[in-house]
Ligand binder design. Structure first.
Ligand code: PGA
Length: 252
């Protein structure tokens, strides 16, 4: 089973456009046999997206949630509220949230809270830049070790690690990561998790890739060993191309 996850970020600007995207990917998502499609719209659109997609193949996700269940936290959305709206998947630690102040400690709290409520959690890790000395490896290891602190071996089956090298994300990305770089990091992440939770955890680990994923690159990306899926930003707003990504992953 592959995961194709749409991270819409703060897009689109209206429900009318959001509805058109959902309707445009519904067919490919519900027909796929080997792919679980997860749509993570802006929180405001979550309930309506949930009402539009009633296929067990298409899951509802959210881009972030606070770690407390309720209380005096102006402007925050709690994981319990999302759960009540039918959300089953949650992204934590996206680099754009980390940039806005989510520390490793906050990511750890968000993961713990979401796991305790039964979510499947997509934990994003990734370095800002690559250096010749390999410090980027230590950076990813530290992010993972911190996020997973306090989780159990059983939790691993509800955690999906998304490797998103920041230098390869978005319109201004210098270049895409190579297949070799991605495979190497997928293996490295698995090694770290085995180090934390022991060898039996290995068979439950899922690692996905994100960073300027487009329909053209999908056949190569989805074929990389240990890539269990893709986290797609900009291209997930284009229903035709995103549907094609789902179909390619389904055939892979
Ligand atoms: P991108 O975004 O596909 O637009 O590079 C990916 C992400 O940040 O999740």
């Amino acid at each position: 089973m592959k995961y194709i996850i749409a991270n819409w970020k703060m897009n689109p600007e209206s429900w009318k456009e959001a509805k058109a995207i959902v309707l445009g990917i519904k067919d490919a998502g519900s027909r796929a046999k080997q792919v679980a499609t997860v749509i993570c719209p802006p929180t405001l659109f979550v309930p309506d997206v949930g009402r539009l997609v009633r296929s067990p193949k298409i899951r509802l996700g959210a881009q972030d949630a606070y770690f407390e269940k309720s209380g005096a936290y102006t402007g925050q959305i709690s994981p319990s509220m999302l759960k009540d709206c039918g959300v089953s998947h949650l992204i934590v630690g996206h680099s754009e949230r980390r940039r806005e102040g989510d520390t490793d400690e906050i990511v750890q709290k968000k993961l713990k809270s979401a796991l305790s409520l039964g979510f499947t959690v997509i934990v994003c890790v990734g370095e800002k830049e690559r250096d010749e000395h390999g410090f980027y490896l230590a950076h990813v290891e530290a992010q993972l070790a911190s996020a997973l602190k306090g989780t159990s071996r059983k939790d691993v089956s509800r955690v999906i690690i998304a490797y998103e090298p920041i230098w390869a994300i978005g319109k201004s990305a210098a270049r895409a990561a190579t297949a070799e770089e991605i495979e190497h990091m997928m293996l490295y992440i698995r090694k770290i998790i085995v180090g934390i939770h022991g060898k039996p955890a290995a068979k439950h680990i899922r690692t996905i890739y994100g960073g300027s994923v487009d329909v053209k690159e999908t056949p190569v990306l989805i074929g990389i060993p240990y890539v269990d899926g893709l986290l797609v930003g900009r291209e997930s707003l284009n229903p035709k191309n995103f549907s094609e990504i789902i179909r390619i992953a389904d055939r892979a």
